[in-house]
Write a protein that binds this ligand. Structure first.
Ligand code: FAD
Length: 371
């Protein structure tokens, strides 16, 4: 099975990941962030330069799948947030001046980007957003609030922040919300790690914002269009999360398949048992379907036609499949798969984040049910 793009794109991406990511992946997991050198190496190799829109997005789909296929979901999440989820706001809705200020550093990996949308009370329900951007009377804003579970939090140079302009008005939904580019070095920005059970290299943090002075030219687009921006960007985010998860399942199924063929029980490979063979076959069949659906979503996005349902179906199916594949992977590895330092255990821990981050599975089902 091949993606709708040239084979050499995949080969080149695999080469870069094998050289600049996999040798350091264990260390990044242990230190719970990607090193500055790692970000720069990936930037130098062009990993952050694939297009967000148009026909070139098909190369991005291959990159996202292959990032997932490394088997390190924390790394794939960190890169996905930096190069796609956060960057998409700048690329799709930012001004030429904003792109000129941030794009070179982001492509080079010298400025790491993070997306600071979620809050304690505003995860699935963003209408409960409470971070406030108060106009300072000179065209700028003073931003105050607390953002939770922000990937790349401790290393980011740039936060894309969702805030309300002025005090929240009861029942106003997201009316009055705005997206701001907030430099991490501004006074009033604090970061505190929020250690997760998985996605260790994703560097998830609580971001405090206290009276942070943000210049008026760091407002993204037009505030009255924020809801439209969010709908478009969140849709893309779900597709990106889905493509990353597809790659994660590819890695997981290959791992359990290899183990089942090599591990001996009663003088025969584990895969000699029909129940084992059939479970792996079922996973491969489900993976084939969801992978093709991922390409369908990527093609739709490249034509500017990605709808809410397609993105939600992909995110739901790929991340839920990752959970059941990881469970099988641990089970078939026996105690060696339950060891904290095993690859199977990492896949198992990591998989659960996929069904929560970028929109919980239940929210995806709501979106699909609504049409
Ligand atoms: C590892 C990780 C990384 C993250 N990275 C980022 C990041 O970089 N930036 C960022 O802004 N946010 C990030 N998040 C936050 C993420 O987007 C939120 O966790 C997610 O939107 C869900 O919000 P919540 O956790 O507040 O759960 P809540 O909204 O409080 O929901 C709790 C649970 O309720 C259930 N639920 C929700 N809605 C419904 C419904 N309609 N029907 C039935 N059940 C429902 C779901 O099971 C859900 O998990 C990250 C989260 C994780 C776990």
């Amino acid at each position: 099975m091949s993606a709708p793009t040239a084979v050499d794109v995949r080969a080149r991406i695999r080469e870069v990941l094998a050289r600049d990511v996999l040798p350091y992946a264990g260390q990044w997991e242990r230190q719970r962030h990607i090193s500055a050198t790692g970000w720069r190496d990936m930037g130098r190799a062009g990993l952050f330069s694939h297009p967000h829109t148009g026909p070139g997005f098909l190369d991005s789909a291959v990159l996202l799948e292959e990032l997932g296929n490394t088997g390190y979901a924390g790394i794939r999440a960190a890169v996905g947030v930096h190069a796609y989820m956060a960057a998409s706001y700048l690329e799709m809705f930012g001004s030429p001046e904003q792109r000129a200020a941030y794009r070179p550093g982001m492509l080079a990996g010298t400025t790491v980007a993070a997306l600071a949308i979620s809050e304690d009370a505003a995860g699935s329900d963003l209408r409960r957003l409470s971070t406030v951007a108060t106009p300072d009377g000179t065209g700028g804003y003073r931003v105050t609030g607390v953002k939770r579970h922000v990937a790349n939090g401790s290393r980011a140079g740039l936060f894309v922040v969702l805030a309300r302009i002025g005090e929240p008005v009861a029942g106003s939904g997201l009316t009055g919300a705005a997206l701001l580019l907030v430099d991490a070095g501004l006074p009033g920005v604090t970061r505190e790690p929020e250690p997760m059970i998985g996605w260790h290299a994703a560097d998830v943090c609580r971001i405090g914002l206290t009276d942070v002075p943000v210049a008026g030219n760091r407002l993204i687009g037009r505030p009255e269009r924020t809801l439209l921006y969010l709908m478009q960007a969140l849709n893309m985010e779900r597709m990106v999360a889905g493509l990353l998860a597809v790659g994660g399942v590819m890695h997981c199924v290959d791992l359990v398949d290899r183990f089942a063929r090599s591990h001996q029980i009663k003088d025969a490979p584990l895969s000699a048992n029909q129940s084992v063979r059939h479970r792996i076959a079922d996973l491969r069949a489900q993976l084939d379907l969801v992978r093709q659906y991922g390409y369908h979503a990527a093609r739709s996005h490249s034509r500017g036609e990605l709808d809410v349902r397609t993105a939600s179906v992909l995110k739901l199916q790929a991340t839920e499949l990752a959970v059941s594949a990881a469970q099988t992977c641990v089970q078939f590895h026996g105690a060696r798969g339950y060891r904290e330092d095993s690859a199977a255990a990492r896949l198992y821990r990591d998989a659960m984040a996929g069904t929560i981050a970028a929109g919980a599975s239940e929210l995806m089902r709501e979106m699909i049910f609504e049409g």
